[in-house]
Every structure is written in structure tokens, then in C-alpha cells.
Design a protein. Structure first.
Length: 405
């Protein structure tokens, strides 16, 4: 039996995905196609500024709401920790961790701007994004003492197998139809895998800083932006990035350019805010789910609209099967889908909670307790009330746990 347990807070992940889709697929496509054929190098400076602006806006909003003793309606976080569980790392260690997280995040932007040319189709690149689940799970297991349950192990094994098969399948077709050489797609896949693994390190570090060091995530985002702005000053650029404003296409449609540019920047700020917010309220494994969960639908769009499956029906069908399997077991890992077979449901959080409730509500009563209850029924009401209170305070042992009933 299969149970689907999607929760309401998944809305944040979908907002993050929709904002990313609009920014990178819609606005970027219009922006680059109409004005510039190559990626805008000014984004090297724009992205850090967007992180700083997004982080400081939400951070100041939260502080202002707290000062006025108002409820934080948007991006509110329950950061009340048990101080015994707070690590309290030193300032130097926190700065180093934020510096490393900034590097991994900024590295991905540099790769997307300078390297992501048409070596492999976008659909292929998106399909290997499930490596984030594997990488994040291993990082959490090593660094955060994350315990793999039975359904976790099965999901990781299945996703790893199908990810490997998907890469081999893609490389065969792209080498046969496009390059007649397997070295180019192999190198591109290596860069793409490193790209997504970098995201995993960034997510896990941010999660650690919030959960263990009790840092505000939007303060982290703002500091990351400052580090990234410093990184940008050391990137060698062979062409002045601001020369694009002198381009004839831009000068002739300057108003449209400014509107698209502002929309592009605003949506990127939204993406950055929701990315780190989702990374806090979910685990890094759950946050990465949205990056590959919709791949089966993306494949259908690319097949019928973009025609990037080499017009090969067999290739499309096999690819769709791979994506459906990886999306399905990504949901199994994060317990949005629970499989009731071979004990896979036994260690899921909802089942553990249900068993705890059952054990508490179905407490066994021995014969001596039953006799006391029967005797109490024949005594006056005051004695009856006192005896029942005494019984209700009995400590019942259930396995190795002691429950106060």
C-alpha cells in the first residue's frame, strides 16, 4: 500500500521553483534573445548585490516587527532553541563557514555564466540534479549524525542506480547524434555534477549555521552577498561588463531593457530569499526535491515544444521512466510518499508518532487496578475522585520508555 502525505508547507518550495522558472527560463530567455546573445557578465556583480539587498530587507523587517512586538507574518522563524543544544561556535569559525558557503554558491553562478554553453541539452542537465539528494544525505550523515532509516537506504540505492543509468543513456545518445565523441559530454557531466554538489555543500552549511549556531538565515544571506561581492573583484574579465549598455539593440529599446532588467533582478532577489528560507524550514534533502521532482513534466515540455530529444521516441520514453523513478523515490526518502511493504513504513516519522499515540491511549490495566476501580464505585463520590486521581498518576512502563498517564 502507498500513502501520499504532502504537507501544506510544500507551498514554499513551489514558490521557490516558480520564481526560479520565471527568472531563468522566461525572463532570461527573453532578455538574452532580444538584446544579448551571450550571458551578461554584469551578473557577476549583480548577483552578490541581490543577496545583500534580499537579506537585509527581510532581516530588518523581522527586527522591526520584533521591536514593535508585532507578529512576523512573512518569513517568520521559530528560532527558540534549547541553549544546551546550541553549539555556540566562535565568530571566526562562523565567518569561515559562511565564506565557504559563499564560495560554493558563487561558483555555481560563475559556471552558469561562463561555461554553460550548448554542450548538453538543458533537460539532461536538469535530470542529474537528483545528485543533490545523495550528496546532501552523505554530508548530513558524516557531519550532522543523520541516521539512515530503511526507506532512506532504499531510496538512495534506487536513485543512485537510475542516475547512473540516466547519465550513461544520455551520453550514448548525445555522442551518437551530436558529437560522435564521448569525451565532451563526459566532461560536461563532470562539471554539472560538481555544480549540484556545490549547492549541496552550500545548503548543508547554511542549515548548520541556523540550527547549531542559532544564526538568522537572512543575516547569513546578507554576509554571503558581501563575500561574493569581494570575490567578484578578483575575477578577471577580458571585456568591460558595462559595455553592453552601449549596444545598439539596447539603445533602441532602452525602456524595455530597463523593465526586463529590473524584473530579472527582483525575481532573483525572491529566488535567493526563498532558497535560504526553504533551506531552513526543510532539510537540505527535502529542499533539493523540488529541483528534480517536476522533471517528468519538464521532459514532456521539452519533447513537444523544444524538440531536444533528437526526435527519438524511445529515448524520450526511457528518459521519462528514469525521471519518474527518481522523483518517486525522492518523495519516499523525504516521507511525502510512504511505502507500506517490507517494513519501509516502520521508521517514518508519522508512523512513529501514531504508534506513540496508540501506546499512550491503549495502556493495559491489570486485575489489581480493575479491582480498585470496582471498589471505588461503591465508595462516596469524594473518595472515588481521589482514588481515580491516584490511579491516573501511575507510571506505566512500555518497553524501555516510561509514560506518565
Amino acid at each position: 500500500m502507498i500513502k501520499i502525505r504532502f504537507r501544506k508547507n510544500l507551498l514554499y518550495l513551489f514558490i521557490y521553483y516558480i520564481a526560479s522558472f520565471i527568472n531563468f527560463s522566461v525572463l532570461s530567455s527573453i532578455f538574452y534573445t532580444k538584446f544579448i546573445l551571450e550571458p551578461i557578465k554584469i551578473c557577476i556583480y549583480l548577483y552578490p548585490v541581490e543577496n545583500i539587498i534580499g537579506g537585509i530587507i527581510v532581516y530588518l523587517y523581522q527586527r522591526n516587527s520584533v521591536k514593535k512586538k508585532e507578529e512576523i507574518k512573512y518569513f517568520g522563524l521559530d528560532l527558540v532553541h534549547n541553549h544546551k543544544n546550541v553549539v555556540n561556535d566562535g565568530i571566526f569559525k562562523k565567518i569561515i563557514l559562511i565564506f565557504i558557503a559563499s564560495y560554493f554558491n558563487y561558483y555555481n553562478i560563475i559556471v552558469s555564466l561562463f561555461y554553460y554553453v550548448d554542450y548538453i541539452p538543458l533537460s539532461m542537465d536538469l535530470r542529474i540534479s537528483s545528485i543533490q539528494l545523495i550528496a546532501s544525505a552523505l554530508i548530513c550523515a558524516i557531519s550532522f549524525d543523520f541516521k539512515f532509516k530503511k526507506h532512506h537506504k532504499l531510496s538512495l540505492i534506487v536513485i543512485s542506480i537510475f542516475l547512473f543509468l540516466s547519465i550513461c543513456h544520455d551520453m550514448f545518445y548525445i555522442a551518437y547524434y551530436k558529437y560522435k565523441n564521448i569525451r565532451i559530454p563526459i566532461f560536461q557531466y563532470f562539471i554539472s555534477l560538481y555544480y549540484y554538489i556545490g549547492f549541496s555543500f552550500n545548503n548543508c552549511i547554511e542549515k548548520y549555521l541556523v540550527d547549531a549556531d542559532y544564526m538568522n538565515p537572512f543575516l547569513i544571506l546578507m554576509i554571503e552577498g558581501i563575500f561574493q561581492l569581494i570575490f567578484s573583484l578578483f575575477i578577471p574579465i577580458w571585456k568591460n561588463p558595462f559595455d553592453i549598455f552601449k549596444d545598439k539593440k539596447i539603445t533602441e529599446n532602452f525602456t524595455l531593457f530597463i523593465i526586463l532588467f529590473i524584473l530579472f533582478a527582483l525575481f532573483q532577489i525572491v529566488v535567493n530569499i526563498y532558497r535560504i528560507y526553504c533551506n531552513v524550514i526543510y532539510s537540505p534533502m527535502a529542499r533539493s526535491l523540488i529541483d528534480y521532482f517536476l522533471n517528468p513534466f519538464v521532459n514532456i515540455y521539452f519533447y513537444f515544444e523544444e524538440k531536444i530529444f533528437f526526435n527519438n521516441v524511445a529515448y524520450f520514453i526511457v528518459t521519462e521512466i528514469f525521471c519518474c523513478v527518481m522523483s518517486f523515490f525522492g518523495c519516499v526518502f523525504n516521507e511525502y510518499i510512504v511505502l507500506y511493504c517490507y517494513g519501509l513504513e516502520f521508521e517514518t516519522q508519522d508512523e512513529i508518532a501514531e504508534r506513540a499515540c496508540v501506546r499512550e491511549n491503549e495502556r493495559p490495566i491489570n486485575q489489581s487496578e480493575m479491582k480498585i476501580i470496582d471498589d471505588n464505585e461503591s465508595i462516596n463520590s469524594n473518595d472515588d475522585r481521589n482514588n481515580k486521581i491516584a490511579i491516573s498518576n501511575t507510571i506505566v512502563s512500555v518497553g524501555t520508555y516510561h509514560i506518565n498517564i
